[in-house]
Design a protein around this ligand. Structure first.
Ligand code: SAM
Ligand code: SF4
Length: 473
């Protein structure tokens, strides 16, 4: 059995100063002039300091908050264009030795149906996702000796090897409990894209209240330093996050920015993505929480994160309801999931859309629409749905990615790749209505490209229509 080395390295640091961040929250006052100065800095695409982020969090009046929203919309357009990247989560197994009090997989819940996908089940799940048109997955695991680094690496390789028709998964990210350095090296060798893990709450007293001390996850510092170990093991593509609703959302935003800046300063690479899920109903969870984040606060936190870390991707999951997702997309979200099923083995099962059984999944999904439906809707909003996986496959990650995240890169690479992967989706998987909307959008977007690139993209689009695939820039 794999023996994890849980000794923290001598330089493991607790870079979250709870008292300092609490004092910043307590001292927040609205200062319109300061807010506008910070917005101007962010619009120059400079990352904000923790103090500047606090200035934005202090804005309360609707007009000033609207200025922040507008700045976030502008920054999103300028840095990311109108692309939205699609992915799907795939739950591999829900055995878990932790007892996080918000989670439907926690060990003390005897009502939870426990299951780990067999290789054959995993292949069937992946094929079902490929049949929908997905190209990027995030594999999710409980924390259990069953899911050791070799097991995780094996499942990642199995997913890459599973192909059906034109279907293939081109990028496999993972969300798994923190590993030791050797473990991270093992999963890196299997070709993972992003390693994602959420601190849940950065506030230590709250962390201790939700994660019992006699569990692996009860060790705050082991989790906080996970990215340090991952980085040393060669993983330079990391996704951090907070489970909003456990503690004051303003504290958590300051802490996320602290974490992002810490990684940037220590390793020269900030996080690739930030996630900001809100806590949702789960088996045996009383959602009457003191710190539950309202929709209005949620919008503010997304817009402020956009402004604080201009080059970091923002992920908004299907935990949120469709109407809110529609509105918040414009504030700078770069990735969403759709058609999400959290039940282990849920993609190959035929159940009615929207039907959920809480004792078989981690929490309740808010947006239960199909991938085709969500794509159809965002096409109407003139976004370009993208299944692009090019940067990671061409080694444009970590500091190399940061180099590329410069003006011109999006137009030269991301938009063409989005149009090519969208065209593949339209040809292979879309409903007739979505296909018609998509083809109109592709035609309009191609017209906006500069002449040489336009000719190249038109040529590749012709080749996609003729049956070639994966013609990325
Ligand atoms: N077991 C690993 C861990 O805890 O890091 C893997 C991830 S867990 C299956 C994925 C994430 O789901 C957690 O990090 C947590 O933030 C989130 N989650 C757990 N319970 C939730 C709930 N009731 N509502 C929303 N998100 C939840
Ligand atoms: Fe286990 Fe992760 Fe759920 Fe905690 S959040 S109980 S570690 S699956």
């Amino acid at each position: 059995m794999y023996q994890m080395d849980t000794t923290l390295p001598a330089d493991a640091v607790d870079f979250i100063d709870d008292a300092k961040l609490e004092a910043m929250v307590a001292g927040m006052r609205e200062d319109p002039e300061a807010v506008r100065r910070v917005i101007a800095k962010s619009l120059r695409k400079e990352a904000l300091t923790v103090e500047e982020t606090a200035t934005l969090l202090g804005a309360e009046s609707p007009a000033l908050v609207e200025e922040i929203f507008e700045a976030a919309r502008t920054l999103k357009r300028e840095v990311y264009g109108n692309r939205i990247v699609f992915f799907a989560p795939l739950y591999v197994g829900n055995y878990c030795m932790n007892d996080c009090k918000y989670c439907g997989f926690r060990r003390s819940l005897t009502s939870t149906v426990r299951r780990t996908l067999s290789d054959a089940d995993l292949v069937r799940e992946v094929e079902a996702l490929e049949d929908l048109g997905h190209k990027r997955l995030i594999l999710v695991y409980g924390e259990s000796p069953k899911y050791d680094p070799d097991f995780i690496a094996h499942t990642v390789r199995t997913v890459y090897a599973t192909k059906k028709g034109h279907g293939e998964i081109r990028r496999v990210n993972i969300n798994a409990a923190p590993l030791d350095e050797a473990g991270f090296r093992t999963v890196k060798q299997a070709g993972i894209g992003t390693y994602q893990i959420f601190q849940e709450t950065y506030h230590k007293r709250t962390y201790a209240a939700w994660h019992p001390a006699n569990t692996m996850k009860g060790n705050y510092l082991w989790r906080l330093n996970a990215f340090d170990r991952a980085f040393r093991a060669g993983i330079d593509d990391m996704g951090l996050g907070v489970l909003f609703g456990l503690y004051d959302w303003r504290f958590e935003v300051l802490a996320m920015v602290t974490h992002a800046r810490y990684l940037q300063e220590k390793f020269g690479v900030g996080p690739h993505t930030l996630s900001f899920p809100r806590i949702k109903p789960a088996e045996g969870l009383d959602l009457n929480l003191k710190w539950q984040v309202t929709d209005a606060q949620y919008k503010r936190l997304v817009a402020i994160l956009r402004l604080a870390v201009p080059y970091t991707g923002l992920i908004m999951t299907a935990r949120e309801p469709a109407e809110l997702r529609r509105e918040v997309l414009a504030f700078g979200v770069s990735q969403i999931d759709a058609g999400t099923k959290l039940e282990i083995g849920g993609y190959q099962e035929t159940r009615k859309e929207g039907e959920q059984t809480l004792n078989r999944e981690q929490f309740q999904v808010g947006d239960t629409r199909s991938l085709d439906e969500v794509i159809g809707e965002i096409l109407e909003g003139c976004y370009i749905p993208s299944f692009c996986t090019s940067c990671y496959r061409l080694g444009r990650t970590g500091e190399h990615f940061m180099e590329y995240a410069i003006p011109g890169f999006i137009g030269r690479f991301c938009t063409p790749n989005a149009l090519l992967t969208l065209s593949e989706y339209l040809a292979d998987y879309a409903s007739p209505a979505t296909r018609a909307k998509g083809e109109a959008l592709v035609a309009a977007e191609v017209e906006k490209l500069e002449p040489k690139l336009k000719a190249e993209v038109l040529d590749r689009l012709r080749r996609v229509r003729a049956g070639e695939r994966d013609l990325h820039f």
